[in-house]
Design a protein around this ligand. Structure first.
Ligand SMILES: [Zn+2]
Length: 124
């Protein structure tokens, strides 16, 4: 079974991308164009966004980092959704206009069958 490297504890040299003037201006422009938290808006709340979140995990890929797609989030949604994303690997509850999950990591979008694994508890 392939092991996923634990990136959380590793040093992330691409963190410097966040300090780059290019990102600073991109972030400012995105927040100016999308000043409200997208996740709060989905719940019919209007909360000023303070975080520009990468909807696609960039893992230091500068092209992805600057291309996006992005979403505006408030700090509390960013922390909450980030934690959810990390534990589950995808985000629940965000659907597009067609009613389907917009997170491309969602099992619905991966083409993988959605099978819940049961431990052999219920087998007689
Ligand atoms: Zn929010």
């Amino acid at each position: 079974m392939p092991r996923r490297p634990d990136t959380r504890r590793q040093t992330k040299p691409w963190r410097a991308l966040y300090d780059s003037p290019r990102w600073q201006s991109l972030r400012r422009n995105h927040l100016a164009a999308h000043p409200l938290c997208d996740a709060c808006l989905a719940q019919a709340h209007t909360t000023p966004a303070t975080v520009v979140h990468h909807k696609v995990r960039h893992n230091g890929d500068a092209a992805l980092f600057f291309r996006g797609p992005f979403e505006s989030l408030c700090k509390s949604c960013h922390d909450r959704l980030g934690a959810e994303d990390d534990s589950r690997g995808y985000r629940r509850g965000m659907t597009g206009p067609d009613g389907f999950p917009i997170d491309e990591r969602h099992p619905f979008n991966s083409g993988a069958p959605m099978v819940r694994r049961n431990k052999s508890r219920n087998r007689g």
